[in-house]
Design a protein around this ligand. Sequence first.
Ligand SMILES: Nc1ncnc2c1ncn2[C@@H]1O[C@H](COP(=O)(O)OP(=O)(O)OP(=O)(O)O)[C@@H](O)[C@H]1O
Length: 259
Amino acid sequence: MEKDVILHVERISKHFGGLQIIKDVSLSVRKGERIGMIGPNGAGKTTFFHLLAGDLLPTGGKIYYKGREMTNMPNFKRAQEGIVRTFQKNNLLNELTVLDNLLLVLQRKRGMANVWFKPRNARRAPALFAEAEHLLETWGLKEIANERVKTLSYGEQRQVEILLGIAMEPDVLLLDEPTAGMSQAETTYIVQLLHQLPKDLTVMVIEHDLDVVFGLAERMIVLYDGYILIDGTPDEVRGDERVNEIYIGKGKTVGAERL
Ligand SMILES: Nc1ncnc2c1ncn2[C@@H]1O[C@H](COP(=O)(O)OP(=O)(O)OP(=O)(O)O)[C@@H](O)[C@H]1O
């Protein structure tokens, strides 16, 4: 395995009953890479992220992280080790404020797991609050810090969810359709946010908005029917006849529209 490879997937497969959804996928990801994953609905993209994050275990194959096998490591352990994902749907505590959601993540990161369900108060944990405020300021969400999550717009909730992912200080961040259901302004915010992420953070993003994903990724993977159709530069993917067939076959053009 090459030295700067952070994640290595070897002939991984996933069956649901008799259906093979992921078919012998192999992949090496280098530290700091920005990878876009596209493909038609049902191609297996989210399932593939479930396998990387440990939310599902593969039927066959192996996954290595930082040179160590972690094929069967549970999801919470992978998150602790630095593989963090966001979901297509919000995964926040809706009754709590943005600040409290963030405090809980920071508590967990610092190993304060015994009180994970109850945010600490500022007097007892000033360093925790300082970190939360710094994050909210840096990522432009200070104004909504004291709003309950359930009162936020869908787009704002997705922004908060990404902030919580960043707060975990991951080494690998898996983003599943970060701009889905967002307004143009919210999409622009997310794109700016993703451009500001630390350069050594490895980011994989599933995204149906091709303008967004081609703008972010330096490497593109097209998943089709459970296997990798092409893994190359954005230009290679744009120019690939098979990819264009899949997209044009649906009346769309690669690089210009949503899938
Ligand atoms: N738990 C499950 N049991 C059975 N089939 C499943 C399960 N999870 C996913 N599938 C099937 O696996 C296929 C791939 O689903 P997946 O969500 O990974 O695709 P996707 O590429 O992310 O699609 P989309 O772009 O629509 O989100 C689909 O046909 C889906 O119905």
